[in-house]
Ligand binder design. Structure first.
Ligand code: GLU
Length: 493
């Protein structure tokens, strides 16, 4: 059986930051398109002018590119079905709204906001669900035309059937059946001539030849309206896939603004723009959020290319997934281990630069194999490896004193270390370690004490990558200088 190339789209509104839920929707749409040899499209749904946030569109595009979810058509790169920004397509929607009015499937509505508010209030007082009361639904077309000609402001509402039921089919959830009398006549074109989502998205999905609509489950409520609009035009329906929602880590409800800010304090974020700063890799982020809502083994480590290979829409699950940041750490660390040394080097550089450290490429390539296993996030390279690039380290004097010893004894160890290191023509770790082992045996100090003094002296910190390998990379002269410095600190104590 040949697979039809899918055309999928990610259709965010530029009303805020690109968040994990959006990134995952984009990922699934991307995976399906790539898996089937189709196209992945970015469409900006910016018809709600009041909610548009300057810069949000750019952030979406930057975020998708950072994640590697490169779209084949979009507002900044164009494509055969553009424009891809809805505010640039208003005539298209107006023409379609007119078609529906001409066919008796929609009607102009002249009700003012004041009147609608009053009706809503009365309905709520009567404990009824607020809905449009249908005042303009039965206006004679001539009468409506006259009022439009007189310059009266109007919206266009979709005329929902009153009888029977609507059956809408979601690929993950099956048939959703609703009695039409429960449906409301929604506005599809606003007084400013711009469409609402209901019309714009249906028109665009059709005009852009979208085969699979993947969107958040918050659209399930208006799903019956949407299928009615598509059917009113006589169009084929796309395959509808309403994705699960993300819940906060406790699994109770969605993440609030405050909880999102709290996550930031712990070094996590639900916004894609923060992920790079926090040291996450696009591979780790995608693998992590890709598995939330996709029925493969929880621990499946996959690159994006491997996800493309394994992706099927049948394996998506509709149940909500709780965000688990520890799993993000796990996937991030795992993907860091999978990168080539050269690739990882290029990714670490900006973090060293951010700390004002001048990175030497040869040193970077040598130190990566000994720090890689210790990195959960990319910025961990600072705590494990900044000492490789510092001119000098400033050890905390207290930390130079080995456990169970005093400053004098620690200074003795440091002086011996200086002697042992200077006796070596080179300090490859194979050569430099054995003399220290003999010293441990002969001196009566234990290994922890000897290596502890040396470690703090050379790296400036108590925890470091393997000591002798580190010293080899730093080089004999610098190590001697640092040990000398430690001796003077200890002798002054
Ligand atoms: N603009 C809608 C949103 O951001 C898109 C929903 C859809 O993908 O159709 O929620």
């Amino acid at each position: 059986m040949s697979i039809q190339p899918a055309r999928t789209r990610f259709a965010p509104s530029p009303t805020g930051h690109l968040h994990l839920g959006g990134a995952r929707t984009a990922l699934y749409a991307y995976l399906l398109a790539k898996k089937t040899g189709g196209q992945f499209i970015l469409r900006i749904e910016d018809t709600d002018l009041k909610r548009t946030v300057p810069g949000a569109e750019q952030e979406i595009m930057d975020g998708l590119r950072w994640l590697g979810l490169n779209y084949d058509e979009g507002p900044d790169i164009g494509g055969p079905y553009g424009p891809y920004r809805q505010t640039e397509r208003r005539e298209i929607y107006q023409a379609h709204a007119k078609t529906l009015v001409d066919n008796g499937r929609a009607y102009p509505c002249f009700c003012t906001t004041e009147r609608l508010d009053k009706v809503r209030k009365e309905q709520m007082d009567r404990k009824e669900n607020p809905r449009y009361d249908g005042t303009c639904r039965s206006l004679a077309p001539d009468e409506a035309a006259k009022r439009i000609a007189n310059g009266e402001a109007y919206t266009i509402r979709f005329k929902m059937p009153h009888d029977g039921v609507t059956v809408a089919h979601d690929h993950l959830r099956g048939d959703i059946t609703i009695e039409n009398k429960q449906l409301n006549d929604q506005v599809i074109l606003k007084t400013d001539g711009l469409p609402t989502y209901h019309l714009a998205a249906m028109v665009d999905d059709h005009e852009m030849k979208i085969t699979h609509v993947m969107r958040g489950s918050e659209w399930l409520g208006t799903f019956p309206l949407h299928v009615n609009i598509v059917r009113a035009f006589g169009w084929d329906e796309p395959t509808w896939i309403h994705l699960s929602v993300f819940l906060k880590p406790s699994g109770k409800g969605k993440m609030s603004k405050r909880e999102a800010a709290d996550a930031m304090k712990d070094g996590y974020s639900i916004f894609v723009k923060d992920m790079q700063d926090l040291g996450f890799t696009p591979e780790g982020v995608l693998n992590w959020c890709g598995l939330m809502g996709w029925g493969v083994a929880e621990d499946d480590v996959m690159t994006t290319a491997q996800m493309v290979e394994r992706f099927t829409i049948d394996s998506l699950t509709p149940s909500p997934a709780a965000i688990n940041f520890q799993r993000l750490d796990h996937f991030n660390a795992t993907h860091i281990r999978l990168l080539t040394t050269e690739d990882l080097a290029a990714r670490l550089k900006p973090y060293f630069a951010r700390e004002g450290l001048a990175v030497k490429d040869d040193v970077l390539l040598k130190m990566i194999p000994i720090i890689r296993e210790r990195l959960t996030t990319l910025d961990d390279c600072i705590s494990f490896g900044a000492f490789f690039f510092k001119d000098e380290v400033t050890p905390n004097p207290e930390e130079l004193i080995a456990k169970g010893l005093d400053a004098k004894q620690s200074a003795e160890i440091a002086r011996k270390a200086y002697e042992l290191l200077s006796a070596q023509p080179d300090i490859s770790h194979e050569r430099s370690e054995p003399p220290f082992r003999y010293y441990v045996e002969a001196s009566g100090f234990n290994a922890g004490q000897v290596f502890g003094v040396l470690r703090v002296a050379v790296t400036g910190q108590k925890v470091s990558p393997p000591l002798f390998e580190s010293m080899e990379i730093i080089g004999r002269d610098v190590c001697l200088k640092r040990v000398q410095n430690a001796i003077s600190i200890l002798e002054k104590m």
